[in-house]
Ligand binder design. Structure first.
Ligand code: MSP
Length: 486
């Protein structure tokens, strides 16, 4: 079995923020989980940047740079951020890759061949921020609901992708309905189906006024619409990186803002050019910061690198995935991150490890994991401290990250309670209770081993630290308290 998992390719001129981090962390957890399960070579985890379009050309001009020079300089911002967050993607995709550009042009020719393209004159209200036309009724006070700017009237002769015809020819609705192309969560699937029932509109997939894009084959005056260019990354990547056997993608993860593109336009393109449909699209929720949407104008955009610097990658990963259910909307703040850092990570997990290692060393006189391992083989298992790995695995496979971590933390709590109940420091005072003391401590080590195995796709650095501390029995704080005074 193989798994091909993607994040969206992010607009390169936005600095990577915690919204992007959220999607990417989720994809990384899945990729790590499946690498353990299926082997490294059977997993392909793709992320990257979306680098064409009017917005980027404008920004490059402002910066006094040629577009390509401009985007080249921005890529490291993403690469560094992902490294800081301990994201282990397999390839980093860029839409300016020349092979991609060529393949996208081939797709356009194929669409034309199959009769799914048509040149039409179009006049509409265009938002450069969104790179799309709006219908008047979609605007809020005459402005784009996202960018709060008045879209400009634009008239063009464009090539249209005949979405209506494709959806009908291939029964897109039926395929979504039957989960042949699965949209998750279910509520999102229902939204897409109701929208489809209201009727589709053909979509313009070329631009006259956007020179920073892939040239439209056969029409020099036009470039290919950025969204078609961008969506195709998922497919062209399999050719560019010699991973053809990974198509169709198993899972595209993103937030609900771009579900229409992934849930309708993308499958229509795949169907029209005759490639298999991706298996699953998961749209998670949007988060706000202090109750407000994150935006440059509000000035509340959070750079994940700053959080990582202060709390470490694993704390940020843990916090974002446990802040609210994956799929729902929620609010995040540094205060809540700090709480989780100090309590769930520091007090609950960190202290558990610390106490168990110290007591094993001091009371049992063990000096390495060897003695622990020997005892582990002999001492009966304390079942209440047993991690339900099957349950956790299926939660991860269902993208229920918060629930999976809570399931793991149940054992963290039980292990801490077990220490309080058994009071090893008292057992240690009484020679006749030596056997019980061994039973308690060896089972606590066993519990930590289980916890460690379960957290590894989420918190891989912590997991490595735990492993090495258990090996040497040298306790060191996993999440040292943060002193705000400094
Ligand atoms: N370039 C397109 C995607 C093309 S994919 C073929 C794009 N890029 S984006 O930079 O705007 O990224 C959008 C994605 O960023 C969302 O779908 C989501 O994954 C993530 N998020 C951005 N802001 C977010 C929140 N406030 N909350 C959660 N996720 C968010 O759209």
């Amino acid at each position: 079995m193989k798994k091909y998992i993607t994040t969206p390719i992010y607009y390169i001129n936005d600095v990577p923020h915690i919204g992007h981090a959220y999607t990417t962390i989720a994809a990384d957890v899945l990729a790590r989980y499946y690498r353990d399960k299926l082997g490294n070579k059977n997993v392909f985890f793709l992320t990257g940047t979306d680098e064409h379009g009017a917005k980027i050309a404008e920004a490059a001009k402002k910066a006094g740079k040629a577009p390509k020079e401009f985007v080249d300089a921005l890529v490291p911002k993403f690469e560094v951020t992902w490294k800081n967050l301990d994201i282990a993607y397999d390839e980093f995709f860029r839409t300016t890759n020349p092979v991609h550009e060529k393949l996208v042009q081939e797709v356009i020719l194929k669409l034309k061949d199959k009769g799914y393209l048509e040149k039409r004159s179009y006049e509409g209200l265009y938002c450069v921020g969104c790179e799309r036309y709006y219908k008047p009724e979609e605007l809020v006070d005459g402005k784009c609901p996202d960018h709060k700017l008045e879209p400009v009237k634009q008239k063009e002769d464009n090539y249209f992708l005949l979405l209506t015809k494709i959806a009908k020819d291939f029964d897109l609705e039926g395929k979504i309905e039957a989960d042949e192309f699965q949209i998750l969560p279910k509520t999102r699937k229902n939204e897409i189906i109701s929208k489809l029932k209201l009727g589709l509109e053909d979509v313009s997939i070329s631009r006259v006024n956007v020179s920073w894009g892939i040239p439209f084959p056969g029409d020099e005056a036009q470039t290919i619409y950025v969204w078609v260019d961008a969506l195709l990354n998922y497919y062209t990547a399999t050719k560019i990186y010699n991973r053809e056997s990974f198509w169709p993608a198993d899972l595209h993860i993103m937030a609900k803002d771009i579900l229409w593109f992934h849930g309708v336009i993308w499958p229509c393109i795949c169907l029209a050019i005759g490639i298999d449909l991706p298996k699953q699209v998961f749209a998670h929720g949007f988060f706000t910061v202090g109750g407000e949407k994150m935006s440059k104008t509000v000035g509340n955009v959070i750079d994940p690198n700053i959080w990582v610097k202060k709390y470490g990658a694993d704390a940020v990963r843990y916090y974002l995935l446990t802040a609210f259910l994956f799929g729902e909307d929620g609010d995040v703040s540094e205060g809540k991150l700090k709480d989780k850092y100090n309590n769930e990570l520091g007090n609950e997990l960190g202290n558990l490890l610390n106490r168990v290692i110290s007591m094993t060393k001091n009371y049992l006189g063990f000096s390495s994991c060897k003695e622990n391992n020997e005892k582990l083989a002999k001492i009966k298992e304390e079942t209440k401290l047993k991690i339900d790995i099957k349950k956790i695995n299926s939660l991860i496979e269902e993208l229920k990250f918060k629930e999976a971590l809570e399931e793991i933390w149940k054992i963290v709590h039980l292990a801490n309670e077990f220490i309080e109940q058994e009071k090893p420091w008292e057992l240690n005072k009484d020679q006749s209770k030596k056997e019980r003391l061994e039973y308690v401590l060896v089972n606590l080590t066993r519990a930590i081993n289980g916890i460690n195995m379960a957290i590894s796709p989420f918190l891989s650095e912590t997991s490595r630290k735990i492993e090495s501390q258990l090996k040497t029995l040298k306790p060191e704080p996993l999440f040292p308290r943060i002193d705000d005074g400094k």
